[in-house]
Design a protein around this ligand. Structure first.
Ligand code: NAD
Length: 259
């Protein structure tokens, strides 16, 4: 299926590895020119080279922390008027809320709530003016079923989710859609850290935790970044223009609620 977005420009944040990389690759395969950001130059350059070689689209890179004003300014200078924005950042570290200070919370909010909102604020009006825009926020299945050790993530992402729910409806008539994409358990560096934390808490090993978790997923396996990227590309398509303000789980059926 032609997704109708060839020649469009996308910003994909936190795209050197993991799910951001999967989204960038999937968009590039649809002919979208991509501007990628991450904090580490080496991994970012390697990912950009792979995407260029695989797809032939124009790929720009910006070494930037999307949780900071400076990082977002640099990213927007490289691509001031994207047609597509994919917000993403590393998730907050797991832990016990008794150990978290106000600064711990503010760092989580900067990365997983306020950073995405600032990027949306900077890019949405030109999308409205041109009557096309697609915004995807990578959040987490934890928005629907919170995970105890990931309290910072549960809190910050719920704030973004609530905000976006109102905003999406206010711009829908301009063919600007905003949807959140909720990963379940995908094989990335992030999952290794989470499995290690859960193992330490439960007196188990990361390998045992991973096997146990995979068994509990109806699909019987962890997802990968391309499973995730494919859904992102579809949500950015022309065909998905009537789909907005949704929280779309990509989790192999792990969330067992009906709604
Ligand atoms: P990852 O750790 O594998 O990759 C993170 C990428 O983000 C890396 O390229 C890193 O350089 C970049 N990055 C991190 N913080 C950044 C920042 N502030 N600015 C710019 N770049 C930054 O992570 P992932 O598994 O791809 O997860 C992506 C997001 O999805 C995270 O927020 C994570 O918490 C969330 N999530 C992932 C899963 C999963 O199964 N992988 C599940 C639920 C939620």
């Amino acid at each position: 299926m032609d997704l109708g977005i060839r020649g469009r420009r996308a910003i994909v944040c936190a795209a050197s590895k993991g799910l951001g990389r999967g989204c960038a690759m999937a968009l590039a395969r649809e002919g979208v020119d991509v501007t990628l950001s991450a904090r580490g130059a080496e991994a970012l350059a390697a990912t950009a080279a792979e995407i260029r070689a695989a797809t032939g689209v124009a790929v720009q890179t910006v070494v930037a922390d999307m949780a900071t004003v400076e990082g977002r300014t640099a990213l927007l200078a490289a691509c001031p008027t994207p047609d597509i924005l994919v917000t993403n950042a590393g998730g907050p570290a797991p832990g016990d809320f008794r150990n978290w200070t106000r600064d711990t919370w503010l760092a989580a909010l900067d990365a997983n709530m306020l950073g995405p909102i600032e990027l949306i604020k900077a890019t949405i009006d030109p999308m409205i003016a041109q009557q096309f825009g697609r915004i995807i926020n990578i959040t987490s299945g934890a928005v629907k079923h919170p995970i105890d050790v990931l309290g910072l993530s549960n809190g910050a992402r719920s704030g973004l989710t609530g905000f976006v729910s109102g905003l999406a409806r206010s711009v829908a008539r301009h063919n600007v859609t905003i949807n959140n994409l909720l990963p379940g358990a995908h094989e990335t560096d992030r999952v290794k850290v989470t499995m290690a934390a859960m193992a330490a808490q439960r007196g188990s090993t990361p390998e045992a935790m991973k096997a146990e978790r995979a068994k509990a997923i109806p699909a019987g396996r962890f997802g990968d970044a391309m499973d995730f990227g494919a859904v992102c590309a579809f949500l950015c398509s022309l065909q998905a223009g009537y789909m907005t303000a949704q929280n779309v789980l990509v989790d192999g059926g792990a969330y067992s609620g009906v709604y």
